[in-house]
Design a binder for this molecule. Structure first.
Ligand code: GLA
Length: 397
């Protein structure tokens, strides 16, 4: 764990380094968080009604019962601070407490968004200098989840670096401290609040995110609703598996499934890969207007079970041959989930050897997108995988 800089004397720093930043954080999200976030579809236009509609749709579509419980408002809910420094929501969100209550009444959880800097990415008021005030406010609204997005804090880091030219770690340490500070503020409210670190992977966040009480941390820049963006992010995660586990997850960003600019095969690739990565599954589409196909992708119970497997191990790439990749994820009961991915622009015949995924034999193999049994012949499976598509299997020992 990195040393936590405190504006105190050296002994105090030592004491702080020994005490964990948070005893609450490791008890939260034993499996990757699932829910919905407003940004990918609604971005800056999101209103209280959109969020309520999403909460209703989570219930009526069956998504809540499939595990999607967090209803997370992203950027642009923030208004002005009053004379006491208390932040108000803006006119798009007339009553945050009522919204939180309505979300909870539906058996869902309430998420919100801020930045450790003075402004959010969309230039709304953020938490710098008001960390405890904001944490207390969130708790009073019943907030269960905070996405904390670096944004304007980077300007402070640049100034810090300029003031400390002989300390190359200074700016990154400021960032680390800013996340620890918010975790302490959240914990002080007495409410268990999930902390999502959003800083796009700066300074290998996976190496220190858990030590500051982060429950998940973005490993990349922003996803867009295109195959190229999704594939660049999703297939760019090799090597990060050792850093994830119950209570602390790598976050390759939110889902784009159902937003309209990928094919069904591409969205199945997106969902399969995120499940193998034990990624948070935060739907980012308009839930009130889902096609049956979108619903079938987001609510495939067997694929969700891969993501939510209680072993809590992230998968990794085990084989690559040009555009053809095999990824696998260890599951409880010595089973394994396998994604056989075709990243090329034409359909491909692909062969998976059980030995590729360290299985000597298989008692049962299931294709998780068709639900049908698959038979291995001579220890291997051959199938045609569509362009940008996936064959996703669950293999029992
Ligand atoms: C950043 C984040 C996005 C979103 C926007 C909101 O770009 O990475 O996920 O929260 O800010 O302004």
């Amino acid at each position: 764990m990195r040393r936590l800089i405190l504006p105190l004397i050296f002994t105090a720093t030592l004491c702080a380094a020994q005490a964990p930043v948070s005893t609450i954080a490791p008890t939260l999200v034993p499996t990757p968080p699932m829910g919905w976030n407003s940004w990918n579809h609604f971005a800056g236009k999101v209103t209280q009604k959109d969020v309520m509609d999403a909460a209703d749709a989570l219930v009526s579509s069956g998504m809540r019962d499939a595990g999607y419980v967090y209803v997370n408002i992203d950027d642009t809910w923030e208004g002005q601070r009053d004379a006491t420094g208390m932040l108000r929501a803006n006119d798009k969100f007339p009553d945050m407490k009522a919204l939180g209550d309505a979300i909870h009444a539906r058996g869902l959880k309430f998420g919100i968004y801020s930045s450790p800097g003075p402004r959010t990415c969309a230039n709304f008021a953020a938490s710098y200098g008001y960390e405890q005030k904001d944490a207390d406010l969130y708790a009073s609204w019943g907030v269960d989840y905070l996405k904390y997005d670096l944004c304007s804090f980077r300007t402070l880091m640049q100034a810090g670096a300029a003031d400390h030219p002989t300390d190359p770690d200074y700016a990154n340490q400021m960032m680390i401290d800013s996340y620890a500070k918010m975790r302490r503020a959240l914990d002080k409210t007495g409410r268990p609040i999930v902390l999502s670190l959003c800083q796009y992977g700066v300074d290998d966040v996976w190496k220190w995110g858990a030590s500051v009480g982060g429950n998940l941390w973005r490993t990349t820049g922003d996803i867009r609703d295109s195959y190229d963006s999704m594939a660049k992010i999703g297939f760019g995660q090799p090597g990060l598996a050792p850093y994830a586990g119950p209570g602390h997850w790598n976050d390759p960003d939110m889902l784009e499934v159902g937003n309209g600019h990928m094919t069904a095969d591409e969205y199945r690739t997106h969902m399969s890969l995120w499940a193998i990565l034990a990624a948070p599954l935060l739907a980012g589409n308009d839930l009130s207007k889902m096609t049956p196909e979108t619903e079938s992708i987001l609510m495939n119970k067997a694929v969700i079970a891969v993501d939510q497997d209680p072993l809590g191990k992230q998968g990794d790439r085990v084989k690559q041959d040009g555009d053809l990749e095999v990824w696998s994820k260890p599951l409880s009961g010595s089973a394994v989930a396998v994604g056989v991915f075709n990243r090329s622009k034409s359909d491909a015949s692909m062969t998976l050897k059980l030995s590729d995924v360290s299985m000597a034999s298989a008692s049962k193999i299931t294709d998780l997108w068709t639900g049908k049994p698959v038979t291995a012949k001579d220890g291997q499976i051959t199938a045609t995988v569509p362009m940008h598509g996936v064959l996703m299997l669950r293999i029992e020992p």
